[in-house]
Write a protein that binds this ligand. Structure first.
Ligand SMILES: NC(=O)c1ccc[n+]([C@@H]2O[C@H](COP(=O)([O-])OP(=O)(O)OC[C@H]3O[C@@H](n4cnc5c(N)ncnc54)[C@H](OP(=O)(O)O)[C@@H]3O)[C@@H](O)[C@H]2O)c1
Length: 229
């Protein structure tokens, strides 16, 4: 068994999650990367890092699947838990226009499911470790411009659930980060987004590293700037 630091990235089949897994592999970490189905990108990454990349399966909205992953990883200690999985549906729609199912899917995938994972896995994270979850700048209520409002509301709900978790666990020494990666060109971010993945993810990984051993909850961007709730 390696003595390298271990990182679990949940939702790493593509986009920012895949880039995080790749970045941590490049940094020599032991990486456990999850996808919900087969990911050819992760398979290829494993060919490049056969010793250090482990691929696991989990569908974040399926509580049974999350508990099964937790059982499979029993006894493993994590330096970083990074919950990245998320969906964006009905970007431009309003509450009257959106299909209810699309709104509920976003709430379930982006708010409730990450918090169930954090609840179930937080004791697997080292005391000086980091629990990070992908939030978004547009999850800020204080700085709301009405952009992608239904999706934004799912990230605001995530922020509230994480704040409630932090309040309930106020003696916890782990850093709790709600991460805003910037607007990034992925399938979700779209071609008009302002950043390449390479302009966001290395900075996110640096920022997470700097937060190790610093207890408390922070809504924080890739540069380490604290964002308004
Ligand atoms: N791109 C941006 O500008 C931006 C900005 C702020 C925040 N974010 C957040 O960053 C995260 C990643 O976004 P992205 O831009 O990389 O999006 P993306 O390219 O659409 O990738 C989304 C990832 O989430 C996974 N996922 C979705 N539902 C899942 C489920 N039920 N179980 C397991 N995995 C699931 C997807 O897996 P599959 O391949 O199986 O679908 C995929 O790996 C999301 O939380 C997003 O809200 C993105």
């Amino acid at each position: 068994m390696t003595t390298e630091k271990t990182v679990l990235v949940v939702g790493a089949s593509r986009g920012l999650g895949f880039a995080l897994a790749e970045e941590y592999c490049r940094r020599g970490r032991q990486v456990i990367a999850t996808s919900r189905g087969q990911s050819s990108s992760l398979k290829q990454l494993q060919e490049r890092y056969p010793e250090t990349l482990e691929i696991e399966t989990v569908d974040v909205v399926d509580l049974g699947s999350v508990k099964a992953l937790h059982s499979r990883l029993e006894g493993r200690k994590l330096d970083v838990l990074f919950v990245n999985a998320g969906v964006c549906k009905a970007k431009e729609l309003t509450p009257v226009e959106v299909k209810e199912k699309d709104f509920l899917d976003m709430m379930l995938t982006n708010a409730l499911s990450p918090m169930r994972i954090i609840e179930i896995f937080h004791n697997s994270v080292m005391e000086e470790g980091v629990i990070a979850v992908m939030s978004s700048e547009i999850g800020s209520i204080g700085k709301c411009f009405g952009f992608w409002e239904l999706y934004s509301s799912s990230k605001a709900a995530l922020n509230m659930l994480m704040a409630a978790f932090a309040a309930r666990n106020n003696e916890d020494k782990r850093a709790l980060l709600l991460v805003a990666p910037g607007w990034v060109r992925t399938e979700m971010g779209g071609p008009e987004a302002t950043l390449e993945i390479s302009e966001s993810i290395p900075l996110v990984a640096d920022m997470v590293e700097r937060n190790a051993g610093k207890p408390g909850l922070r809504f924080i961007d890739r540069h380490g700037q604290i964002l308004p709730w």
